[in-house]
Write a protein that binds this ligand. Sequence first.
Ligand code: NAG
Ligand code: NAG
Length: 432
Amino acid sequence: MKTSNIFCSSCLVLIVGTILLLVEGLPLGNGGLLEQKTSREVHKYGSRSDSFVLNEPLRIVKTEAGKVEVISGDEEDLLRDENIGLNFVTIEPQALLLPQYIDASCVVYVQQGKVRVGWVKDDQLNQEDMEIGDVFVIPGGTVFYLLNTDVGQRLRVFGLLDTSESLDKRGRFQSFYVAGGVDPPSILSGFDPDVVAAAFKVSRSEVTEILDAQNQGPIVYTSRRQFEIMSRPSSTWSWSNIVRDYVPNIFQKGRTYRAYNLLKHHKGFRNNNGWSIAVDGEEYQPLKKVDAGVFAVSLKPGAMLAPHWNPRATEIAVVTNGTGTIEIVYPNGTSALSTKVEPGTIFVVPRYFPMCQIASREGQFEFVGYSTSSRPNRPQFLAGSTSVLKALDEETVAVAFDVPKERLRVILDSQNDAVILPGFIEPPRSVA
Ligand SMILES: *[C@@H]1O[C@H](CO)[C@@H](O)[C@H](O)[C@H]1NC(C)=O
Ligand SMILES: *[C@@H]1O[C@H](CO)[C@@H](O)[C@H](O)[C@H]1NC(C)=O
């Protein structure tokens, strides 16, 4: 039995919308956090506020069918300063993350697997089937659920939350489950049972029947039959799924609720050494709401993303494949971070900070992430054919370095590639 079938969906939304009741949906206590902070050597080069590599996310939901892990501004100063939180949702095949809303708008990026997102807008259920590379925005306070629609593959979703309007001013965000019961508690449980009975026009025992059943936690498996019904092609949008792959831009203009596939987006940069793609608010309007951009980078073995900085936004990324090295530099020209990273490592590069990412020689190095502005990002490169040093006039640069212009020319003209460079000509002493 699915509890949601019994409810009149508009009554439910009404009740939920009328009275906000805080439940401990996300038990974000910070008991274990201080210990975690010291467990990894990430503060080597700076003060507490300079932890460019973030601590492991905190697991706030763990059931047989999946888990939810989060990093909030409460734990990381760099995130709090930007009013952002991160979440990582893993859902087993055919399992469901129960309907809920969050006190923060969320950008969702599908890292692996297939998912159906169901959400309510203007009393209507909307559904969208998404796959790897899809980007989607769920406004704060909107009821949604996630169903892993694949029968064999685990679903992984990486989300960025805008916590600027969250209840908790320390940068935490919380889930409010509209359906549920014992575990997770439904927000309905917070009302007097008589009030709920009157609101739904049922008896008190019928209220108990509904609110005492669910005890499997926020992520549950569906039965074969339930899955069959829940994963049926959605009539609302299925035709548009086909259209958007062919005319993505035209179709998305003005449409608030359409996923955008980052990996099918061909405007990115590509050369022999790798590729990088990004989507901003111009390209995909819903990103303006959360003021975020999404990007992905893939470097061939040994390749490097040329030293550069972002004049407009901070970047938060997670390594999705391979290993590599990340270097970040302080304004005073000293190293802020130089570290090896592996899949799952989450790193933050503050706005204006120079950085460089280098793939290890063993394999491809990939990361995806968010930038904290929906405006087009215009990275400024130090090396390569698009270097700012080459854009400046030679005489000025020669004076600034205090070297002869002829020598400078030889050095600056040696690299013919741009943006993504082949990498080391001789094995580096410190990084290998
Ligand atoms: C450079 O700046 C960092 C961060 O502010 C500071 O920790 C470090 O001591 C500075 N180094 C020098 C040589 O000034
Ligand atoms: C990771 O990269 C390797 C190539 O280096 C590729 O074979 C593999 O499919 C990639 N894995 C994922 C999860 O993208």
